[in-house]
Design a protein around this ligand. Structure first.
Ligand SMILES: [Zn+2]
Ligand SMILES: [Zn+2]
Ligand SMILES: [Zn+2]
Ligand SMILES: [Zn+2]
Length: 402
């Protein structure tokens, strides 16, 4: 069974990519799709004749207190507040099958129960700050508070519980993609990003004040070793699931970048281009649209060319109107102009496609306050002017004209 769980968690990100990467070149999608049959063959061990008809030799059964389909969701997380108080399964969602003996499954159940209890204690600070129990979950690399109402996702109305699991899964997908692109592993992250999503503006306010040292109408980030993000996700701020998802992808990218390797924020020490650029890059990667901007004073309804950065960047480069690299690489997040936001996404696009490991090395230099020009020369072997020339050629050769 363990092989199947592993396979499940490996396949999940690929399925997500297939759904959302309309903007990607087919060549980039081809390898994972081709790799699937081989992967499936490798991981499926030869099956022994079935002995227990009750649990199909899983050694465990869905807890009788919850719908069995929902128990499947619990396999992907370490903790879920929706079932954590269950006296029958101890918050695991699964119980031992009494019709058969399976030492591995029994040990797994005991371990899971202990972990649920430990996570419940570790996450209590959030309930304390909010003065009530809030809906939340924790997965391998993320903590999510989900105090939202039911919501439509691709034409289906999802319960609050299912949305909690869906968003945790999406966050794990982003984590896996971020790690693969920058070629980093989980040992390099100082802590788990905490993402707090509220329906009520007053909850978002209170969370900001109690857990992030400040509040604001828009999203608030606390960057560094255990980064946090709070956002009011209701209809007034986000028209649909896609818009909210995109905001969370943008903001969680900031959180991940701030807690990998040397914890810290590069966005206020002239690394604004990389910080915003990477956050936009993930928006562009999944949706082909960038519409989230980080300003000191949160600006609502900011729009630059309908969010179609690739198109806008190509046009600026072709018309000689792109802001100069030397100038862009001097800015903090809050001094970037809209055209600068667009070219930042494109700088990241070029550099990360050249070499993800070098991009990661560059990020460490920027956090250490090495000027971008020097860091670029050291890691990529290019001075800013040389970079500007190759980047422009790349844009003209590969970006869409309409
Ligand atoms: Zn059994
Ligand atoms: Zn759950
Ligand atoms: Zn239960
Ligand atoms: Zn941002």
């Amino acid at each position: 069974m363990q092989a199947r769980w592993k396979l499940g968690s490996l396949l999940a990100p690929l399925a997500f990519l297939a759904l959302h990467l309309g903007a990607l070149a087919p060549a980039e999608l081809a390898p994972p799709v081709l790799a699937l049959p081989a992967l499936a063959q490798q991981q499926e061990p030869p099956k022994a004749p079935q002995k227990c008809l009750k649990c199909h030799d899983q050694g465990r059964l869905p807890c009788s207190e919850h719908p069995s389909a929902e128990c499947e969701w619990e396999l992907d997380v370490l903790y879920c507040s929706e079932i954590s108080g269950c006296a029958v399964c101890g918050g695991v969602g699964w119980v031992d099958c009494k019709d058969c003996e399976d030492a591995v499954a029994e040990k797994w159940l005991v371990d899971r129960r202990a972990k649920v209890a430990a996570r419940k204690t570790a996450l209590k600070f959030i309930d304390d700050a909010m003065k009530r129990e809030v809906r939340k979950g924790e997965s391998a690399h993320m903590v999510l508070v989900w105090e939202m109402e039911e919501m439509k996702v691709e034409k289906r109305r999802l319960s609050r519980h299912e949305l909690l699991h869906l968003y945790l899964k999406r966050l794990e997908t982003l984590y896996a993609d971020f790690s693969a692109r920058l070629q980093v592993n989980e040992k390099l992250f100082a802590g788990k990003p905490n993402i707090y999503v509220w329906y009520m503006p007053q909850d978002h306010d209170q969370c900001g004040l109690s857990l992030l040292e400040q509040n604001a109408k828009g999203g608030v980030k606390l960057l560094g070793p255990t980064p946090r993000y709070t956002i009011c996700g209701n209809k007034q701020n986000f028209r649909d699931d896609d818009a909210l998802h995109r905001n969370i992808v943008h903001s969680t990218t900031h959180l991940l970048l701030s807690c990998v390797a040397v914890p810290g924020w590069m966005g206020n020490i002239k690394g604004g281009w990389m910080d915003e650029g990477l956050a936009h890059w993930f928006e562009d990667r999944y949706w082909g649209i960038c519409d989230n901007y980080c300003y000191q004073e949160q600006n609502s309804n900011v729009d630059f060319k309908g969010g179609k950065f690739r198109l806008a960047v190509r046009r600026m480069v072709a018309e000689g109107k792109a802001p100069p690299v030397a100038e862009v690489m001097q800015q903090n997040v809050d001094t970037l102009t809209l055209p600068m936001h667009a070219v930042c996404m494109s700088y990241v696009d070029y550099l990360i496609n050249q070499d993800g490991a070098k991009f990661y090395a560059l990020s460490k230099k920027l956090k250490a306050k090495v000027p971008s020009g020097d860091a670029l020369k050291e890691i990529y072997g290019m001075r800013p002017l040389e970079f500007e020339a190759v980047w422009k050629a790349f844009v003209l050769a590969t970006y869409p004209t309409r």
